[in-house]
Design a protein around this ligand. Structure first.
Ligand SMILES: [Zn+2]
Length: 302
């Protein structure tokens, strides 16, 4: 057959269609292989079971894991990871100190070259879990503002904008894949956990999201620690904007209630935060806890 322009386009479309179809099947197969694993591209995926979403990056040259869940679920994750690679983990990166993100550090330690985290992530993990019965492993590479590594076909850039959900939150970007693991900066469609002893600050949390919105772009894929279901631990800027709007509304609502002379009890027992009745309570009393936290922050800073 003579290759006319028309035929050429038709053949290209068939080829493209074939590759896309194959790709789709490959990802579907990958996500069905081991429960909890889901691929986002050829090298990068997530794992959900218990606690914060794990991100993983696997190539012939490097293996990187973001967050480690808990001491039990991390073992299931690692068994699945071993099906994908026989390499050691080059970097395990902690997005923050909470034990549903660092509890698996100890198990992964012997298979990992370096654990990376913000300096406050290590300090808070030592402070709150250092004396617990559960064995701990801490970051051995810590930083204050930014940390980056070049893996050849991929680059990682981690940044701490300011305290937010904890004192030591970081956003971890896989630059070429344009994927950002945001840790617990976004609780997608659920009430967030607010940890003042761990360094949380609602006003600064909004700032962290603003800085993320300006640094990353409209095509960035974000991974969130928690969501109302496993599908929604992946999202785009719309989820960041929703989280920012929630935190802003929460602060404004509680502030207006304080100014109208309501008591603390009345305020924290409100049945709804305007516009956010759809948020899921991941534990009983989550909304009340959010209202009380906003009340505390607002009355503390006045
Ligand atoms: Zn957390």
């Amino acid at each position: 057959m003579k290759t006319t322009r028309k035929n050429f386009i038709k053949n290209s479309l068939l080829i493209t269609g074939g590759i896309l179809l194959e790709g789709k099947n490959f990802f579907a197969k990958a996500s069905q292989d081991i429960s909890g694993f889901k691929s986002l591209n050829e090298n990068f995926g997530i794992y959900t079971e218990k606690g914060g979403t794990i991100g993983w990056y696997v190539t012939d040259d490097a293996v990187v894991v973001i967050d480690a869940q808990m001491d039990d679920s991390v073992r299931n994750f690692y068994n699945g990871l071993k099906n994908k690679t026989s390499r050691r983990i080059n970097f395990l990166i902690n997005t923050h100190h909470h034990r549903d993100h660092t509890g698996g550090n100890h198990f992964l330690r012997e298979f990992t070259d370096n654990i990376v985290g913000h300096e406050k992530c290590r300090a808070m993990q030592q402070k709150f879990d250092g004396n617990s019965d559960t064995p701990q492993a801490y970051a051995d590479i810590v930083f204050e503002n930014e940390w980056a590594v070049d893996l050849g076909i991929e680059k990682i850039h981690a940044i701490h904008f300011n305290p937010a959900h904890t004192a030591g939150d970081i956003a971890v970007r896989f630059v070429n894949s344009n994927i950002v693991h945001l840790g617990d900066i976004v609780f997608n469609n659920t009430y967030p956990y607010i940890d003042f002893p761990g360094g949380a600050n609602l006003h600064q949390w909004v700032e962290f999201i603003n800085k993320s919105l300006s640094l990353y772009n409209d095509n960035t894929t974000f991974i969130f620690g928690h969501a109302n279901n496993d599908e929604n631990v992946i999202g785009n800027k719309a989820s960041l904007i929703q989280m920012k709007n929630y935190l802003t509304t929460l602060l404004e609502f509680v502030d207006s209630q304080i100014k109208s002379g309501k008591s603390k009890e009345e305020i924290i027992n409100a049945k709804e935060i305007p516009g956010f009745a759809f948020l899921k309570e991941r534990w009983n009393g989550a909304r009340r806890m959010n209202l009380e936290s906003a009340y505390e922050e607002l009355t503390r800073t006045k």
